[in-house]
Each structure stands twice: as C-alpha cells, then as structure tokens.
Write a protein that binds this ligand. Structure first.
Ligand code: L34
Length: 302
C-alpha cells in the first residue's frame, strides 16, 4: 500500500491562516505589530531563496518586516554591530541571521550576540539550554524541529513510547529534534536514538524506527529497505542536485531531492513527507509563530 503523503505545504498554510487572524487581532486590540528582521550575508542561492520566502510570508501575515542584505565581505565586527542595532530596536521582536555564514565570520559569536529574547531561531545557547530542560522553560523552539514535531503529531502517529531514530546530529536539526522528542509530554515521550557518520550500523538502527527523521544532507542516503513497513518517515534533506527549466516561467530552477528515495520509500512507509513541500514550508511557518510569540511576550501578553 502506498504511504500517506504528509503535506507540509498544506499544514503550513493552515497554521499561517490561524496566525494571520492572531496578528490582525493583536494589531486591532493591542496595537502590537510583530517585527522580524532577516539578515542575509552574501548571495548563496539557497539562502537567498529561503530568506525571500521568509520575508514574503512575514509580509503576508502583516508583520513589520525588514530584509537586511549585507555584502559577502562584511567584517565580523560590523555584523555584530548590526545585530546590536536590532537588539535595541523595540519594533523588532525577531532577529534571524541566515546560515551558513562566510568562513571569515565566527558563527558562534554571531549567534551569541543575538538577544535571547529576540532569538526566534532558537539557536542562542540560552534557548538551546531552555529546550534541553524542557516544559515551560522552552521559549523558542528551533523552527525546523518544531515543524517536524507538528507534522508528526498532525499525521496521527503515536509518539509516546515510539522508537524515534534521527539521522544526523546538526545543531539546527538533529540535536534539537532528538531533544524535543524525548521530553515528557504530548507529541513526544519517545525513545530516541541519534545516528551519524560515526555510527557502525546505520541500516540496523533505521530498520527499528517507528518514526524515522532524516537530516543528513546526503541525497538518497536512506534506502527503501531500511524503512520499517508502516513507519512515519520525515525527510529533512533539501539537496540541490541539478537544474531544470520551469514549465511555468521558462527560467532555470533547481532540482531538489531529499535524503530518502521518495518513490520507492512511499511503497513501504505508512506516511512520508515529500521534498519539496514537506518540512521546508513548516520551517518558515514556525519562524512566524515564534515571532508572534516574541511580540506577545514583549508586550506582556504571553
Ligand atoms: N538562521 N539559517 C537560519 N535559520 C534557519 O531556519 C535556516 N534554515 C536552514 C538553512 N539555514 C538557516 C532554513 O531556513 C534550512 N532552511 C530552509 C528553509 C526553507 C526551506 C528549506 C530550508 C524551504 O522552503 N524549502 C522548500 C523548497 C524551496 C527551494 O529551495 O526551492 C521545500 O518545499 O522544501
């Protein structure tokens, strides 16, 4: 039987509709307008595309939104000064510096410079710590992991007691999603294993997974025969494997592939996310959700 396709695009659009109403009410009743700045250093094509999508969504939701483009060769000092400017701007509730950054800039220093109360990416050590402690401590969940959890819950899979296997140990996805799924509480309470490039038998671990979350950035890494029949498969990989001519616009567009061989995997899995249209749109939506939360917190409304 063919797997249920978990459409991130659909779930994201539902959540955006809810957020839009919340933003309108905040504006009308409290005079609060959520403010988001996205800072992009250089012109990495994937980053340009993601940041553009974030700005477009923020605009559609009625945010005060700023796209701040900086040259590839901006000094670390000037980038830190820019962050400080937004830290002190009361109209801004969320600051996002798109990663990766050029090599001459220390990513850690940059993430540490963002006010934890405006860190809507959830990458500042204070927010990473809050997430690890869990419960009400957690303030801003990182966007991709938060989106993954939402997709699993909405797909109807039981997470309590489930074997969750996470492929990949990045700070953006692997480590935080593992932490989220092992917390006590709704939509989590799972038994979590993280596997990575140092793991001896990747296949054996994947085969045990009731919920398999793949965030390795290696196209087609997970083979269909590694999937337990009926499992929920979340494919976080958005790999650009080439270019093709768009039928709509005639322009060249990237060909995107996940970390899982989708066509074969969907014949085995119980549910699976596509690429594109799976986790990606959820990442953007969770950023909006965090920014609304930050604006409410700043106004004493949450
Ligand atoms: N600071 N840097 C910071 N925060 C983030 O949360 C990110 N991430 C990751 C890269 N760097 C970051 C993103 O925004 C990855 N990421 C992201 C965001 C959106 C999409 C994919 C990754 C997305 O919308 N993907 C579409 C396809 C878009 C395309 O490339 O054409 C999808 O349907 O999967």
């Amino acid at each position: 039987m063919s797997a249920k396709i978990i459409s991130g695009t659909e779930v994201a659009s539902q959540i955006r509709e809810e957020l839009k109403q919340e933003v309108t009410a905040l504006k009308e009743k409290q005079g609060v307008v959520p403010g988001l700045v996205t800072i992009l250093v250089g012109h990495n094509p994937a980053s340009v595309s993601y940041v553009t999508a974030k700005q477009k969504t923020a605009h559609e939701l009625g945010f005060h939104s700023i796209q701040d483009d900086q040259p590839e060769d901006i000094s670390e000092e000037n980038l830190l000064k820019l962050i400080d400017k937004y830290n002190n701007d009361p109209k801004i509730h969320g600051i996002l510096v798109q990663l990766p950054l050029p090599k001459h800039i220390d990513e850690k220093k940059v993430l540490n410079a963002i006010d934890p109360d405006k860190d809507v990416d959830g990458f500042h050590p204070v927010n990473v710590g809050r997430l690890m402690i869990g419960g009400k401590e957690a303030k801003f969940l990182p966007c991709t992991p938060a989106g993954i959890q939402e997709l699993i819950v909405r797909s109807g899979f039981e997470t309590a007691g489930a074997e969750v296997v996470v492929v990949g140990r990045s700070n953006i996805v692997g480590k935080p999603i593992a932490n989220i799924m092992l917390q006590k509480g709704k939509g989590a309470n799972s038994t979590v294993t993280i596997v990575h490039t140092g793991t001896k038998d990747l296949e054996a671990h994947c085969k045990r997974a009731d919920i398999l979350i793949v965030a390795a950035g290696v196209p087609g890494l997970v083979k269909p025969e590694w999937i337990k029949p009926g499992a929920c498969v979340i494919d976080v990989g958005v790999n650009r494997v080439g270019e093709k001519k768009s039928e709509k616009t005639g322009k060249m567009v990237p060909i995107l592939k996940g970390d899982v061989d989708f066509d074969a995997a969907k014949e085995i899995a119980g549910a699976i996310t596509p690429v594109p249209g799976g986790v990606g749109p959820m990442t953007i939506t969770m950023l909006m959700k965090n920014t609304v939360k930050s604006a409410k917190l700043a106004a004493g409304l949450a």
